[in-house]
Design a protein around this ligand. Structure first.
Ligand SMILES: Cc1cc2nc3c(=O)[nH]c(=O)nc-3n(C[C@H](O)[C@H](O)[C@H](O)COP(=O)(O)O)c2cc1C
Length: 317
């Protein structure tokens, strides 16, 4: 299917061109259901279910909750993920409509998912990675810019989008620091088909995040975000107050050698992600903890206002 058709088909039932980024521990089936029913594409990492059997039950619950609306499951396609094989079987069994592959993947996996009817998206932090993904035949590329929550990029979204859009006319979902409707519109202006939003959902009621974590997101600003590769071997962004709470000096974190990567269960420091909380620089826009639907309602309003301010017609009127 031509990429323009894919974008149009995915946008058809949405209220705003937004896909939620899957978040380790934080995303729940309830969050995915709320996201989809409020008019965006919801997503969840497979590893958030404690076992493959639990993943089976979670996906069944999501399907019952969202009907035929599109949702995504994230698979960590890295050799350190021992559950990749069994989880993949479940994803194939349920014919999950969108699969987001994280960090590394192979063409066979992409083909297997596509042959089963899935759209396959992969996140990238450099143009070079995006070219590899295109060679593998993915349906959508997710450029992750500097400041993103979770494993972050280090390049400006302007640079990433300019370089990738020059040669890729397929689906692009821009990730990193997007939390307002105005920013969603800006992502489209840069050439994205969708904005990809993670951290803004950390403070929602349905997220599996402690109340203190939700409050830290509500209270936090870009200056509260610290980048470190010390926990997983890959650069990720963490909340400064949460690092301090666990005895780390945010300005002197240990640096890991290149290639020493362990991301299967959030890294080999048991506290990373569970107690040392990750978020991106966009959290300054998050002013309250509320149900995901209320946040999405606000996002849609802000997007409409931004379009009107630019003299643009109502989206999908
Ligand atoms: C706490 C947290 C956990 C995350 N876990 C994952 C994950 O398991 N898999 C994945 O592909 N992306 C993960 N991400 C990245 C998001 O899917 C998304 O790319 C990112 O949050 C977008 O940037 P933003 O947080 O600035 O909106 C995570 C992000 C956060 C904040």
């Amino acid at each position: 299917m031509a990429s323009k058709d894919v974008a149009a088909r995915l946008k058809a039932g949405l209220r705003i061109p937004v896909m939620a980024g899957p978040m380790f521990i934080a995303s729940t089936p309830e969050l995915v259901i709320a996201q989809c029913n409020a008019g965006i594409i919801g997503s969840m990492p497979a590893l958030n279910a404690r076992t493959t059997e639990a993943l089976d039950a979670d996906i069944a619950r999501i399907k019952a909750g969202v009907g035929d609306k599109p949702y995504a499951i994230n698979l960590v396609a890295h050799r350190t993920n021992a559950r990749l094989g069994p989880d993949l079987e479940i994803v194939l069994k349920h014919k999950v409509p969108i699969v987001v592959l994280a960090l590394a993947a192979n063409p066979d996996l992409v083909r297997q998912l596509q042959a089963n009817g899935a759209l396959v998206f992969q996140d990238v932090i450099k143009d070079r990675h995006a070219r590899k993904c295109a060679e593998m035949g993915v349906d959508g590329i997710i450029p992750v810019g500097a400041g993103a929550g979770g494993h972050t990029g280090d390049q400006s979204p302007f640079a990433l989008m300019q370089e990738i859009r020059e040669w890729w006319d397929g689906l692009l979902l821009l990730s990193g620091c997007i939390a307002t409707g105005r920013s969603v519109l800006a992502a489209e202006v840069l050439g994205a088909d969708f904005a990809y939003i993670g951290s803004a959902f950390l403070s929602t009621t349905e997220a599996n995040t402690q109340n203190e974590f939700k409050q830290m997101v509500v209270d936090g600003f870009a200056a509260d975000i610290v980048t470190s590769n010390g926990f997983t071997g890959v650069n990720a962004n963490f909340l400064r107050p949460s690092l301090i709470q666990h005895g780390f000096d945010p300005d002197n974190l240990v640096k890991r050698e290149r290639g020493n990567v362990n991301i299967s269960d959030g890294g080999d420091n048991a506290k990373a992600w569970k107690e040392i909380w990750s978020a991106g620089q966009g959290i300054g826009a998050i002013k309250r903890s509320e149900p995901a639907a209320a946040y999405i309602d606000w996002l849609v309003e802000d997007y409409r206002a931004a379009r009107a301010a630019m003299g643009m017609p109502v989206w999908q009127a």
